[in-house]
Design a protein. Structure first.
Length: 172
């Protein structure tokens, strides 16, 4: 009787691990790691007129979605955009933002203040977010950052995010 009870407890414990803990451990393995910097290294202070290029890298193949948050809180979708519609990138390569054929240059201008570049990576194709397409082919989003993150995080196969803080100002 004692042996059967141990056997039952062991079976229940193994069942618990396989059904409850395994998906949690598996989900941790599905996180996509992103790193971001600028062409100048980890410089965070930029003046009016400075041109900035960001470099993004991934630890696994993923669909990338990049948003710039202005000092006033506006969200501008940089990737994908009208000139570069694809947003699937291979791991191990540096993605230049803006890409040479993207149709825009990232130049510091008013309003100045604390700004952020948000980069997200998911395993499945990113959804289309509502917004107004600007003259340079980028999109001013009509969704909040919280809504955007919630939608992108719903990809159960893999998700990652990072951000880069910029401090912009009028003078050198």
């Amino acid at each position: 009787m004692k042996f059967n009870l141990r056997h039952l407890i062991l079976s229940l414990l193994i069942g618990y691990v396989l059904t409850v803990l395994a998906p949690v451990l598996q989900a941790k393995n599905n996180n996509i790691k992103l790193d971001i910097t600028t062409h100048l290294g980890d410089v965070h202070n930029f003046s009016k007129g400075d041109t900035v290029s960001f470099l993004l890298s991934l630890d696994q193949d993923a669909y990338v979605f990049v948003v710039y948050e202005t000092a006033t809180g506006e969200l501008i979708q940089l990737i994908p955009n009208a000139a570069v519609a694809t947003n699937f990138y291979k791991a191990g390569l540096y993605i230049t933002i803006p890409e040479p054929d993207s149709g825009f240059v990232f130049k510091i201008q008013e309003p100045f203040g604390r700004e952020k570049l948000w980069a997200f990576a998911v395993s499945s194709q990113t959804p289309e977010f509502s917004g107004d397409v600007l003259a340079n082919g980028l999109k001013q989003l009509k969704v909040s950052l919280a809504e955007l993150v919630k939608t992108l995080k719903s990809d159960k196969k893999g998700f990652g995010q990072t951000q880069y803080h910029l401090h912009t100002h009028a003078g050198k």
